[in-house]
Design a protein around this ligand. Sequence first.
Ligand code: KE4
Length: 425
Amino acid sequence: MDSSETLFARALELIPGGVNSPVRAFRSVGGAPFFVKSARGATLVTAEGRELIDFVCTWGPAIHGHNHPRIKAAIAAALENGTSFGTPNLYEVRMAELIHRLVPSVEKVRMCNSGTEATMSAVRLARGFTGRDKIIKFSGCYHGHSDSLLIKAGSGALTHGHPDSAGVPEAFARETVVLPFNDPAALDAAFAANPGGIAAVILEPYPANVGLILPQPGFLRHVREATKKAGALLIFDEVMTGFRLARGGVQEIEGIVPDLTALGKIIGGGLPVGAFGGRRDVMDRIAPLGPVYQAGTLSGNPLAMAAGIAALELLEETMPYARLEALGRRVRDAILGACRSKGIAAQVPQTGSMFCVFFTPTPVRDYESAIAGDSKLFARFFHGCLREGVYLPPSAYETAFISTAHEGSAIDRACEVMDSVLRGL
Ligand code: KE4
C-alpha cells in the first residue's frame, strides 16, 4: 500500500485539501494527516502499519470500538438481502421502534443520511410548524453544514477560522440569532426582541464542537421554559451525545424533554446515518403527511439500519455507561495530574466517554472562554501523543471519544503516554 505521504499527495490533486471533511486535514495542529488502512477495537492501523490508540472513534460512532464483530455480522447478514431497496424495509421499522423505546420524546422519527440532514430538516420542520422564520443557536455549537446553521459554528468551521462560512447569503444569516451559551439573560433578551418570531432554539445540550462545554446548573431548564413560554420549539442536537452518554442521551440525564431531537453517528454503527424525531403533532407535518418536505434516496438504508440496530442492541445489553465514565475519569485525572505537576494551566471537561483539554487557567463556559485556550500548546500535546501512538482529535476545538474497547491495556498505555508527553512539554 502507498505511504500516507504518497496517498496524501495523490489526494491533494483531486480532493480539496486532500480530505473529504476539513477537520481531518490537521491544518490547525500542523503536519499532514496519516492514512488508515484498517481499524479494530481501540486501534487504527495506518498505511505504514503503525498502530494508534484512537480517541476520535470516527468522531463518535465507534462507541463499541472499531469493527465490532456484532456490527460486522449484522451488516453481512443484511448484505445477503441486498444493499438498498428504495422502498420501506423491515430494518427501518426496527430502528424506529428502538429509537422510540430508548428516547421516549421521539414519538415519531424520520431517518436520513447525516447529522447535517437531521438538524437541517428539524429546523425546516420547526419553521413549517410554527410559521416563524428566525431560529436561535449558540456560538460554537456545530450542527452540521446547512446554511442556516453555519453561523458562528464550531468543529471544523471554527478550527479553520470560518465560523461564518462564505457562500451563506446574508438573507439566510439574518434569520439565525446567535447567542452565548450558558447565558440565560441573553436568551431572554433575544426572545423579547423577537416577539412571536422565533421558530426554534437549537443546541447541543452538551456542546462538544468547541471542545467540550458543560451547561451551568439550570441553563438547559431555562432554555426549555423560555421556548415553551415563547411558543418556540426546542431542538436538542444529540447527533453526538445520543446513546453515547446514556441510553436516552442528555435529555435522559437532565430530565428535559425537547420537542425535536436530531440523532446520528452511533445509530449507524459507523455507516452513513442521521435521524430527526419528536412530538407526534410536529412530526406529522412532514411529507407525505404534511407540507414540510424532506426526503432521501438512501434514507433508512438497510445496511446502515442493520449496523445501527446492532450497535443500539449491544448498548442495551451491556449498558456500558458506568464503565465509560470510569475510563473518562481516568484520562481526565491523568491529564490534570501531569499538568498540575508541571504547572501547566489546563481545564479537562469530561462527561462519560467524552473529554477535551483546554490549556487555559479559566474554567470554560462558552465560545469566548474556549477560544482563549492555548491552541499552539494543544498542537504540541497532540503531536507528542501521536509520536507515542496515541491519536487525539486533530483540533483544540473538538472532543475526544472513548470506547468500551479502550478498557484495559489501551487506556493504561494512553494515560502513560499523555502523562509523559505533558511532563515533557
Ligand atoms: P454529520 O453531517 O457530520 O454527520 O453531522 C453533523 C453534526 C451535527 N451535530 C453535531 C452535534 C455534530 O457533532 C455533528 C458532526 N460532528 C463532527 C465532529 N465534531 C463531524 C466531524 C467532521 O465534520 O468531519
